[in-house]
Design a protein around this ligand. Structure first.
Ligand SMILES: NC(=O)c1ccc[n+]([C@@H]2O[C@H](COP(=O)([O-])OP(=O)(O)OC[C@H]3O[C@@H](n4cnc5c(N)ncnc54)[C@H](OP(=O)(O)O)[C@@H]3O)[C@@H](O)[C@H]2O)c1
Length: 330
């Protein structure tokens, strides 16, 4: 397609998004225009592209909650044409058009340079999911979690995007990682990422009989929510912490105050969308330094944007493994 007309995946109302042709006249307000090199596939993208849940607040809306690319033009002092940038969250695909396009216009304050060592493809291999995994690790560290050979850290939804990167990061940092998954066939994959033990997610999916279960874990990254999160909270040891970032299994939370007031367990909320830039910068730099590039490459596949409808169905069905980078030029 020529430089002035480009494809984008656009939600136009109830129902699935469709691929349409846009021009610069369709771009939103903003002070920086970016040539998009890559976007990525996240759970929220699955919801937006299929129309399963209303993610966009206004229509039409370009889908894709993150992007990496090169500045094409800029009215902001901070950015010059040719600069490489990454954008995650900030309402992309909700209140501002997102990354499933070859060109986007954005607010300069949302842009960050990819950290040294991460090219644009790897930056989107990390993407929103990987950044969120790192924010969870930072939250656990802030609550006092340190690697300890006598202790285990749990990751739920372990074979998904956030989960895979959380397993790999925690393992690279020296933690003994327990991966909870519904896909037993992915045990070799999870062990390769550094999980020392793999448990069946069904064990956590039943409502706990008592709010205080056995003290199994020093900390946990939970991407599942619902009954799973309630079970996890009850299995964290005295003064341990749970970073809760997801709802792949449900958004309700039926628990008790007992784990908090008798075990001093900390429930740490993690949001990547409105996360301040200072914390994002720390998280990106820690991902670049702590996650081996070879491991990131092993959890990643690059797929053409033309596959997005199938991919959206797959991520909602829980059948995507690790991270998918979306190439809007293919
Ligand atoms: N707070 C934030 O800023 C933020 C940012 C990014 C993502 N999230 C949330 O984090 C979650 C994970 O996102 P993602 O992009 O990593 O999605 P994903 O790749 O689809 O991973 C989710 C994983 O959860 C597990 N799962 C799916 N359905 C389940 C169910 N019904 N019961 C139990 N486990 C289930 C599956 O893991 P197994 O196959 O291993 O069981 C699946 O791979 C989503 O809820 C997403 O909305 C939040």
């Amino acid at each position: 397609m020529g430089t002035d007309r480009f494809p984008a995946v656009v939600a136009s109302g109830a129902g699935p998004a469709s691929t349409v042709t846009l021009t610069d006249a369709d771009l939103p307000d903003g002070d920086v225009t970016v040539d998009v090199a890559y976007s990525s596939l996240n759970y929220k993208d699955g919801l937006a592209v299929t129309g399963r849940a209303r993610i966009a607040r206004t229509f039409p809306m370009v889908c894709g909650i993150d992007l990496a690319g090169t500045v094409r033009s800029s009215a902001a002092d901070r950015w010059r044409p040719g600069d490489e940038v990454v954008v995650t969250g900030w309402g992309l695909s909700e209140t501002h058009p997102g990354g499933y396009t070859q060109r986007e216009r954005l607010e300069s304050g949302w842009l960050l340079p990819p950290p040294p060592g991460l090219d644009l493809r790897r930056a989107m291999a990390v993407g929103t999911a990987g950044l969120t995994a790192m924010l969870c690790v930072l939250a656990l560290e802030g609550a006092g979690l340190r690697p300890d050979p006598g202790e285990e850290v749990l990751v739920t939804g372990a074979a998904g995007g956030v989960g895979s990167i959380a397993v790999a990061l925690l393992s690279a940092l020296g933690h003994r990682v327990v991966a909870s998954t519904g896909r037993a066939e992915l045990e070799p994959y999870l062990r390769d990422l550094g999980a020392g033990r793999v448990v069946d997610r069904a064990e956590l999916a039943v409502a706990p009989e008592r709010p205080l279960g056995p003290e199994r874990y020093a900390g946990a990254v939970d991407t599942v929510g619902g009954t799973t999160l309630a079970s996890v909270i009850g299995q964290v040891r005295y003064r341990g912490a749970v970073a809760a970032c997801g709802l792949a299994g449900g958004s309700e939370l039926a628990t008790s105050v007992l784990p908090f007031i008798l075990r001093n367990v900390a429930l740490l909320g993690v949001d990547s969308v409105r996360c301040p830039n200072a914390l994002r910068t720390v998280a990106w730099s820690r991902v670049a330094s702590d996650l081996p590039a070879a491991v990131l490459d092993r959890v990643t596949e690059v797929r053409p944007m033309s596959d997005i409808h199938a991919l959206a169905q797959e991520i909602l069905a829980g059948s995507v493994r690790g991270r998918v980078v979306v190439d809007p030029h293919a």
